[in-house]
Every structure is written in C-alpha cells, then in structure tokens.
Design a protein around this ligand. Structure first.
Ligand code: PHE
Length: 339
C-alpha cells in the first residue's frame, strides 16, 4: 500500500468527518473523543501508517517515519480545532443536600371568606355580579334614594374622585346597575371593594370588602329574607347559630333591619367578644324601597325585593377570631400562614 495514497485517503475522511458543526456541546465532546481514538488512538489510523512504514525497505524508513509524524501533527491540529471549549469551573454544587422547597402560596383570609359567602349564595341560585369601584353619585346615592344635600349622606362619608365620580362607599350601587340591566326575577350577589375616609383602627380601614345580596320578583317577602340569612348564618357558624333582626334605617330599604348572630364563642351566654350581649352584628338588610324599584324601571305594585349588605372583613374576623382589621392588609407571613 502506497503511503502517500493512504495519507490522502485518511485526510479526505477526516475532513468529511469534521466538516459539519456538532449539534450541542455534549455532542461535540463525544465526537471529539471518538475521532481522537479513531485517528490517533492506540488502534487508530496513524498506527496503521506506522505499520506501512515498518514494512518499507530500510533506506526509506527514516523519511517515511518523518512523513507520518508530520501527518500525525496535521491530524492533531485539525482535531484540536474541533475540540470542545473548556467548561468554565462553576461554584461547587453539593447534589446530595436536600432541596429547598418553595413555600406554596395560600388564599388570603379575606378572599377565602369572600369565596365561602359567594359559594353559599350560588347554591341558592344567586348569580355573581360585579360593579365598578369608581362610581357616579347617581348610582352610589341618588338612585338609592339618598338625595343630594340630604343629611342621610353624612352616614356614607365618601372619597370623591372628581364630581360626579367617587369611590363607591358600599356595594349597593350594584343593586341599581343590576335592576336596570335585568328583569325580575332577579337573584344576585355582588362582592367587591368599597371605600370610606375612616381613620384606620382595629375596626376601620379606608378600603374594605362587602358582599351585597339582592332578590327581586313577585312574592319576595321579608320572611324569605329571614330564611336566606338564617341559612347563611348556620352554614357560616354552625347549625346551632341563631339570628336576630333589629329595626334600623337605610334610605334604600323599607322596612330596614340590622342582623345579629348569636355569639358562637360563648354560645350567646355573654363574653368579651360579644361585649357580654350574646350577639354580634353582621349585616344591614331590608325590603328594597319602592322608590328604588321605580328608579330602575321595575313596577313596585307587581314586584317586591329584599337586599342585604355585609362587610367581608367583619365576617372573617368573627369566623377566625381576628381582633384587628389592619392585620388583613399588613400581610405578615406569620398571620397569613394560619389560614
Ligand atoms: N349598603 C349598606 C351599608 O353599607 C348595607 C345594606 C345593604 C343595607 C343592603 C340594606 C340593604 O351599610
């Protein structure tokens, strides 16, 4: 076998094998190792060339040996050009250490309570509806029978954006929007944020959440309101819970009532949580005022309705025994982890 012929064959093969770029660094590493052993390894092709040299006549051996060594250097140069880049030494990683699990998030107690209330009313056939947080005076007051310049507006102190726009001070404007959009029978529940310029303390926050309930149709009575709220209280605080209605006043309901639940901490015997009264106030309610129905184009001769509104934070505080409303907004992990 002619040495020069074999050298040019091997060169052509090596060129063909190193022409295409490798797919990825590990592939490059594997290819480089394979080619090294194939060409310059102990069983490789250079070794084969030295075999040819060994069989040559003695006077040709020295020159042929140099020729093969030259070619070996050429192969190594070509292989080194295709060598993988050295891997940068990173920080040492101890793969045997236990992993650090991310702490799973959980639902905020206000939102848990929101969902619990909403689900219960959904089971009773109420639709969930939402209204805007920036409202008009008309929806927040006038349509709800709270006239301009009427002293009853003082009870609903309000953040104004720019007249006639304001941050809604209760979820009752959603009643108006719903009655203008839908025809009776109507059964909706409207959760959301409300705003009042109150100085923050254990019981007040300038932003909090309410859920509004509204049912309008033929034959919707105060007895039905009592039935629905009784069910609500029992599902929230247990089957032994009682509710009581106290006469009250809201411009948009007539008659109006404030609703208390029996204190679930002391079983209505009297304790610090219920200020020894055995009862805790949870919501405002009443029969939708005929004027409000009329404002929304609903015939009050044919239809009646009830409405109620409750503060979600207040319900959550009573449910979980939380003493200060500000805890909900400070969001310390120690507090949140308990739910
Ligand atoms: N909107 C009243 C409030 O924020 C609560 C309420 C709603 C009362 C519906 C009666 C009927 O205090």
């Amino acid at each position: 076998m002619d040495l020069e012929v074999r050298i040019s064959e091997i060169r052509a093969q090596l060129e063909a094998e190193t022409n295409t770029p490798p797919a990825c660094p590990p592939e490059q590493q594997r290819r480089w190792e394979r080619l090294r052993s194939k060409y310059v390894g102990r069983e490789g092709m250079v070794r084969e060339l030295f075999g040819i040299v060994a069989r040559l006549p003695a006077d040709q051996k020295a020159a042929a040996g140099r020729r093969v060594n030259e070619f070996k250097a050429e192969i190594e140069a070509r292989l080194n050009g295709a060598a993988p880049a050295p891997v940068a030494a990173g920080p040492a990683v101890d793969k045997t250490l236990p992993g650090r699990a991310p702490e799973p998030g959980r639902r905020h107690p206000v939102y848990r309570t929101w969902e619990e209330i909403v689900r219960l009313f959904q089971r009773l056939g109420f639709d969930v509806v939402y209204g805007p947080e920036i409202e008009t005076e008309y929806h927040n007051f006038e349509a709800l029978n709270i006239p301009l310049e009427h002293p009853s507006r003082d009870a609903f102190d309000t953040f104004y954006v720019r007249k006639p726009y304001l941050l809604r001070s209760h979820t009752s404007p959603v009643q108006i929007r719903t009655m203008k959009e839908r025809k009776p029978p109507i059964r909706v529940i409207a959760p959301g944020k409300v705003f009042r310029p109150d100085k923050p303390d254990a019981g007040h926050s300038p932003m909090f959440h309410q859920v509004e309930g509204l049912m309008v149709g033929e034959g919707v009575t105060f007895a039905k309101l009592k039935g629905v709220l009784d069910l609500f209280a029992k599902s929230m605080w247990g089957p032994d819970t009682k509710i009581r209605f106290r006469p009250s006043f809201f411009p948009f309901t007539e008659p109006s009532a404030e609703v208390d639940v029996s204190c679930f901490i002391c079983g209505a015997k009297g304790c610090p949580a219920c200020k020894q009264s055995g009862w805790m106030e949870i919501l405002g309610s009443g029969m939708v005022h005929p004027k409000v129905l009329e404002n929304c184009g609903i015939d009050p001769e044919k239809n009646t309705g009830f409405a109620f509104g409750m503060g979600i934070e207040r319900i959550a505080m009573l449910k979980y025994g939380i003493p200060d409303i500000r805890l909900f907004y400070e969001n310390h992990f120690g507090f949140l982890r308990q739910f």
